[in-house]
Design a protein around this ligand. Structure first.
Ligand code: URA
Length: 219
């Protein structure tokens, strides 16, 4: 969004013409499902690659085939993905393409009909998640309700706040503000920040219901 100043813990992908063209494809309501999946997957790949840039590394000297030393680096520590069901599951493949055999946990959160508060219905996480960096996957950061509940679950399981990277395609300023107010130590990696939310809590201009468009359950 023009004029939006990203808070320090928000990392926006470089706003290249390529990214803008990919985002335009998935925002267009006339884009068919095959193209929606294809272009979303491309953006997800860019997001995962950017997220990996935020992980710490240690020195790793190696000997090249010319028998010379190269002072390289290797990732320090282990990672895992955690997808917020259902839409976050669309991001798992992009993570697997970058991180072979990566462990992926799942969290299902739904709004309680009576209280309107996000409620945890299911979670299955790697046993050693407390020692891992965690890429939390959800394509749309709208109000931040599900994100904050998911982060609470990760913290309850011993994950350190500063080891959580929350990865999404589109974020709202409201969702960013609420999530970082509650959990200032996390990082948010996003492709674009939109102008706000409508009365149904959809991101505007947004792209509609990501999960329904990706998984083909819209009208
Ligand atoms: N989830 C979506 O899929 N879209 C929105 O705009 C907000 C939440």
């Amino acid at each position: 969004m023009a004029g939006y100043q990203c808070p320090p813990h928000v990392h926006l992908l470089d706003q290249t013409n390529q990214l803008k063209a990919l985002m335009t494809m998935i925002r267009d309501k006339n884009t068919n499902r095959g193209d929606f999946i294809f272009y979303s997957d491309r953006i997800i790949r860019l997001l995962v690659e950017e997220s990996l840039n935020h992980l710490p590394v240690v020195d790793k000297p190696v000997i090249t085939p010319t028998n010379n030393e190269f002072n390289g680096v290797a990732f320090k520590g282990k990672i895992c993905g955690v997808s917020i069901m259902r839409a976050g599951e669309s991001m798992e493949q992009g993570l697997r393409e970058c991180c072979r055999s990566v462990r992926i946990g799942k969290i299902l959160i739904q709004r309680d009909e009576e209280t309107a508060l996000p409620q945890l219905y299911y979670s299955k996480l790697p046993e050693d998640i407390a020692s891992r960096y965690c890429l939390l996957l959800d394509p749309m950061l709208a109000t931040g309700g599900s994100a904050m509940k998911a982060i609470e679950v990760l913290l309850d399981n011993g994950v350190k706040e500063e080891r959580i990277l929350f990865v999404n395609l589109i974020a709202s300023p409201e969702g960013i503000a609420a999530t970082l107010k509650a959990y200032p130590g996390i990082k948010i990696i996003t492709a674009e920040v939109d102008s706000g939310l409508d009365e149904n809590k959809y991101i505007v201009p947004g792209l509609g219901d990501f999960g329904c468009r990706y998984f083909g359950t819209d009208a």
